[in-house]
Design a protein around this ligand. Structure first.
Ligand SMILES: [Mg+2]
Length: 369
């Protein structure tokens, strides 16, 4: 069996609203999708959801890099995952989003050939998964509370609040949400690097009375030493997001004792292959992982949910991007429960189970044997 055809295209879906964070505003998914077809007619789907402010790549750069990857992969064995992914990684040190799309499509294809759902191909079995839902930075506490109320009314048991405003302006927002939530709802805060070190110390010391699960990327991504000092100064759990791309970063962060939790995103790690290594390194250090997302459709989220299913050390889920989609171009794969907020269902279809409505794909380019 060899890779006989690779199709790429863009997938653009507006969001129902804008998600504002200190690193940028997400108001649409501007993604790249990849379909890898084998000589026996099987195929795998993958998705890139670049966010240049974090991943350093874009829809345009992903699209061009995808053509290069396709030329190198055509005619090769799709099941030799380790070798194929090493070849992709040899072609660029950057572009993690499109490396993720190819990795995801190869894993999907391999699991389909093995006639297994992806979680089973990765050695796992079904377990309950629940995602949080995120509230972006709002101008007023009333706006934050209105969004939080709708999330709690939908039955979610976990919420993530984007913070990172200047000074101590975040505190009334978090305080009000804790008062509304009561004691049992899980609250996480994510600063997206928005605080400097002294502001982070002041905020975290003030916020810890509100029983926050963890503080995600409170300061600049590059500042591993600052993360470690912050962790020691506040005695609160610190989570690395933008500081962590691949398994090499995981090793450096944990060796430095800089953080308590690692936020895996397939779009940062370059896909499942490195994400598995991140989780193994974390598990070896007694550290739990979360899995997050950028602006993926249910395609990219399905792959992430299968990985989380297969690795219970991936404890926290932030797989909510598809909640914001105005239309859903994906069939199969992950489904959100309509009655229990945040509950995720995966079926036993082979692979990750998701495929894209080809009518929704633009700028289609393909290469065949
Ligand atoms: Mg984050």
């Amino acid at each position: 069996m060899v890779i006989s055809k690779i199709e790429i295209g863009t997938l653009n879906v507006p969001f129902t609203g804008a998600l504002k964070t200190p690193v940028g505003i997400l108001s649409a998914a501007n993604n790249v999708v990849v379909k890898i077809v084998s000589s026996d007619g099987e195929y795998g789907w993958g998705e890139a959801s670049p966010m240049a402010q974090i991943t350093g790549d874009s829809q345009q750069s992903n699209y061009e890099m995808a053509k290069l990857f396709a030329k190198h992969l055509l005619g090769k064995n799709p099941l030799a995952l380790d070798t194929r992914i090493a070849e992709i990684n040899y072609l660029t040190v950057g572009d993690p989003s499109i490396r993720c799309a190819f990795d995801m499509a190869l894993y999907d294809l391999a699991a389909k050939v093995a006639k297994m759902p992806l979680y089973q191909y990765l050695g796992g079995e079904p377990r309950e998964l629940r995602t949080n839902l995120t509230v972006g930075i709002q101008d007023t506490v009333e706006e934050t509370l209105a969004l939080a109320k709708s999330i709690f009314d939908s039955g979610f048991n976990a919420i993530k609040l984007k913070v990172g405003r200047s000074g101590l302006q975040d505190i009334p927002h978090v305080k009000a949400v804790r008062e509304l939530a009561g004691p049992d709802i899980s609250i996480k805060v994510d600063s997206n690097q928005g605080w400097d070190y002294p502001t982070a110390v002041k905020n975290i010391v003030a916020l810890c009375e509100f029983n926050i699960d963890y503080y995600e990327q409170p300061i600049a991504a590059w500042d591993y030493d600052g993360l470690k000092r912050l962790r020691n100064a506040t005695n609160q759990p610190i989570c690395a997001d933008e500081s962590l791309f691949n398994h090499k970063d995981a090793f450096k962060l944990l060796k430095a004792e800089a953080v308590d939790i690692l936020n895996i995103k397939l779009g940062k790690s370059g896909g499942i292959h490195s994400a598995l290594k991140i989780n193994s390194i974390a598990e070896s250090a007694g550290v739990k992982c979360m899995i997050g997302c950028f602006g993926e459709s249910r395609l990219g989220l399905s792959a992430a949910a299968h990985l989380a299913t297969a690795r219970p050390n991936i404890h926290y889920l932030d797989l909510d991007s598809a909640f914001h989609f105005k239309s859903d171009p994906v069939s199969g794969g992950l489904q959100y429960d309509k009655s229990i907020g945040g509950l995720i269902h995966l079926n036993a279809d082979y692979g990750h189970g998701a495929s894209v409505d080809e009518k929704a794909i633009e700028q289609v380019w393909s290469l065949s044997l």
